[in-house]
Design a protein around this ligand. Structure first.
Ligand code: GCU
Length: 478
């Protein structure tokens, strides 16, 4: 939650039934065909050479495109089924100029101007991901340089040969369909290597609005809203975790079980806000995340967010905290995806009058993590939208909080600006959770005041305007 939105909402916390009893739930096995790697040196090359003089490539080398428009590499790949498949291009570009290529599939243009930005060094290999339609059986995928610089050095193409699953049937859930997530290049992928965009809701602070997170509301979120993910906002100060670590840790255990029963992903949100330097809470965070990760490490639906909104703190200090915390989580849960907030209330510094280059130039030294970005559409206009586009092209990013109103979570909604953000997030497959799933009096709380006292949460009758809008955006995905 951005800027001092917490102050007004002090309600006496209702006790929640945490139902921590070991959850007995079955996740149907997904048909899994591992992604297949096609080495560029084995592909058909026109105006390019195979080289091996820059370390870090896989296979026996990489293709150095000739520096001219029209040089290409063409891969012959096999798909198990017709439909959408993700392509992950592993590459290096030791220059600072983007080297876009056009992608054709079986001779037909599929993606134009797919960007391959600089990776900092020819020995620094990164991934670019896109989705294309393939036919069942043999396909040719050609990448052709569109500038006189030629293409990047091309190491390999990783294809999710299984393709998109058929539409969900009854009993299907997001976790059953996607399983254990992992970060693939700049995107989030499911356990079959397909890019996934998760959409869902964030709770309000659980010290104030636990009465809104109960059986009926979670059933509505999973079944009526068709959400993929629940973000549980556990404040540290402001009457949260710090005031009673045992109680708040047990609440989080309970919510994780509730999300798991419903087949939703759950984002464990360490909602530090004030103080804004996450290092202030490092020892508390270590205690909390060690217990959470130890207990839930075998589940496939946990994502750890270790810093909600760093503020009044430099990027270097946020990075230092992240590099201390990520190994603590990984020691318990080696394949758990971790999210890290950015300086300037998770705006990559934009809210501090900086820009995203502080992060780009000094990235977190870890793997399988995403940075987070927050925006409020009635306060944050074109410059934030443009920044999010640039960020998503460079690094993995998830929008763990946004609202259709102002940064206070209140005031008039700007739905047209919000629609533009939704379109960008769909285009770039950026996952999101919206603020917030409560009946607080502000415009950003989706339920009408008083709703949480009852047991009727489904449909639009109980929703404020922002709720009607966001429910529709989540449902549109399923
Ligand atoms: C350098 C580099 C090559 C690269 C080339 C280019 O010569 O060593 O690996 O392909 O620049 O700019 O394309």
């Amino acid at each position: 939650m951005a800027r001092s939105r917490w102050i007004a909402a002090v309600l006496s916390p209702a006790l929640i039934t945490t139902a921590i009893a070991a959850a007995v739930f079955t996740i149907p096995q997904t048909a899994s065909a591992a992604p297949v790697t096609y080495q560029s040196e084995d592909a058909t090359i026109s105006q390019g050479v195979v080289e091996s003089n820059h370390n870090g490539y896989t296979g026996s080398g990489f293709v150095n495109f000739d520096n001219l428009t029209g040089s290409y590499v063409e891969y012959t790949v096999n798909a198990a089924a017709a439909g959408s498949h993700s392509l992950v291009f592993r590459y290096a570009n030791g220059t600072t100029a983007n080297r876009p290529v056009n992608v054709t599939v079986n001779g037909t243009p599929a993606v134009s101007g797919l960007g391959f930005p600089g990776t900092g060094a020819w020995t620094n290999w990164q991934n670019v991901t896109t989705n294309v339609d393939l036919v069942a059986g043999t396909n040719t995928i050609r990448t052709t340089a569109t500038t006189s610089n030629g293409g990047p050095n091309a190491d390999s193409l990783i294809v999710d040969v299984a393709g998109t699953e058929p539409p969900p049937g009854p009993g299907d859930t997001p976790v059953a369909r996607h399983g254990q997530l992992k970060v693939c290049g700049t995107k989030l992928c499911n356990e079959r290597g397909q890019v996934v965009q998760l959409r869902g809701m964030s709770t309000h602070g659980i010290q104030w609005y636990s009465q809104c997170i109960k059986t009926a509301s979670l059933d509505a979120l999973a079944n009526d809203w068709k959400a993929d993910i629940l973000r549980v906002a556990m404040y540290i100060q402001e009457g949260g975790y710090e005031s009673n670590p045992r109680r708040f840790t047990d609440m989080m255990h309970g919510y994780i079980e509730e999300a798991t029963k419903r087949g939703m992903y759950v984002l464990v949100d360490w909602h530090q806000l004030s103080p804004g330097d996450p290092n202030y809470n490092t020892s508390r965070a270590k205690t909390f995340f060690t217990e959470i990760a130890q207990r839930h490490k075998d589940k496939k639906n946990i994502i750890y967010d270790i810093a909600n909104e760093p503020n009044g703190v430099s990027w270097a200090n946020v990075k230092r905290y992240a590099e201390e915390m990520i190994p603590v989580i990984r020691a318990q849960d080696p394949d758990g995806v971790v999210f890290v907030g950015t300086h300037g209330w998770s705006t990559f510094g934009i809210s501090d009058g900086q820009n995203e280059t502080s992060v780009f130039n000094n990235p977190i030294n870890a793997s399988n993590f995403m940075y987070t970005f927050h925006f409020y559409a009635a306060s944050h206009g074109q410059n934030y939208l443009d920044a999010l586009r640039r960020i998503a092209d460079r690094v993995p990013v998830f929008v763990t909080e946004f609202g259709t109103q102002t940064a206070s979570g209140d005031g008039g909604n700007n739905f047209s600006m919000s629609d533009r953000y939704i379109a960008l997030m769909a285009e770039k497959q950026i996952g999101w959770t919206n603020w917030n799933f409560s009946d607080d009096n502000r415009t950003g709380a989706v339920f009408n005041t008083g709703t949480c006292a009852g047991n009727n949460f489904a449909g639009t009758g109980v929703l404020k305007q922002a709720g009607v809008w966001v429910r529709e955006k989540i449902r549109a995905g399923r």
